[in-house]
Write a protein that binds this ligand. Structure first.
Ligand code: ATP
Ligand code: MG
Length: 287
């Protein structure tokens, strides 16, 4: 066999093996999706009880404080002060239970969307909430893997945005891919012991000219001209085996451009960092 043919068949075999691994991973993820949808659904009910009973207890506490106010003359000054302190603490505790319970409910809603959302179903969504949720999901996933992972994340979300029709599980995937890359590069750079380097990622969501824009910029390692050219190529990765498959950017571009009719662009300076920006039309163009 000619050397050239041998090389081609060797290369093909490698590609097939990579695809096989990818498929295995996808199957695992699919069963994990079903499992998490089941758990999320089961947790939703008791959590709603916690939130509703906390709200109800807050109202009862207000009634109680009115009764106490009507009977102040029966308390000593010290007792009266102590009762006020306890009531204030209890109100604060109940507010915290409601606040954190609602945060947990939001996370569960997202898990249910990601794991059960029908393929390509456009749903009116709060883009700031999706971006925020997945930015922090990526951050915590990275922290779980690298114990000394510590970066500062600056967030700037435009207030009062209307709901936008998107495929939520796809947009979450896109944000996760961009954020994973940003976290990875600032972490890599921070391992180099560069004096005065403090890893930073900035996230921004804003609207302009009928478009919803989202940018994720990092002060990581930036990209060489070769990486910039091959960025969207499937299976192109500069990460060590097991840390990257080289599919993230291709998937992200398809989600933004093919599925949502938007565009994805980037700027990057080798050694200094990168900024990825995507935009999608606020009004979905159907068809
Ligand atoms: N923010 C970034 N900073 C520096 N390099 C980046 C950045 N984003 C992407 N890259 C480069 O582009 C390559 C391809 O990115 P892509 O997300 O497609 O694959 P990956 O991150 O290597 O693997 P995965 O499939 O797990 O996402 C990366 O390996 C990296 O070299
Ligand atoms: Mg990636």
């Amino acid at each position: 066999m000619l050397n050239y043919e041998f090389f081609i068949s060797f290369f093909m075999e490698q590609q097939i093996e990579t695809l096989r691994q990818q498929l295995k991973k996808q199957e695992k993820l699919a069963s994990l999706g079903l499992l998490s949808a089941g758990i999320a659904h089961e947790i939703q009910n008791p959590l709603n009880f916690v939130i509703n009973f906390s709200k109800l207890s807050g109202k009862l506490l207000c009634d109680l404080s009115e009764i106490i106010d009507d009977n102040r003359e029966n308390f000593s000054a010290d007792d009266s002060e102590e009762v006020d302190d306890i009531m204030a603490d209890m109100k604060e505790n109940l507010n915290k239970i409601v606040e954190h319970g609602e945060r947990a409910i939001n996370i569960i809603r997202d898990i249910l969307l990601v794991s059960r959302g029908k393929d390509d179903e456009f749903i009116p969504s709060d883009m700031c909430r999706i971006v925020k949720e997945y930015v922090w999901l990526s951050y915590h996933a990275m922290r779980a893997k690298q114990k000394n992972f510590n970066i500062s994340i600056r967030e700037d979300y435009q207030e009062g945005l209307p709901l936008i029709e998107v495929i939520p599980q796809d947009i979450s995937r896109a944000v996760l891919n961009l954020m994973n890359n940003a976290c990875y590069t600032v972490w890599q750079k921070s391992q180099k012991g560069i004096e005065g380097y403090s890893p930073e990622i900035a996230v921004k969501v804003w609207t302009a000219d009928g478009l919803l824009n989202c940018s994720i910029s990092d002060n990581g390692e930036g990209m060489t001209d070769e990486v910039k050219q091959r960025l969207f190529e499937n299976f192109f990765t500069t990460k060590p085996t097991g840390q990257g498959t080289g599919l993230g950017m291709g998937i992200t571009r398809d989600i933004i451009e093919q599925k949502h009719g938007g565009s994805l662009s980037f700027e990057s300076k080798d050694g200094e960092g990168s900024c990825f920006t995507f935009n999608i039309p606020m009004k979905r163009q159907k068809g």
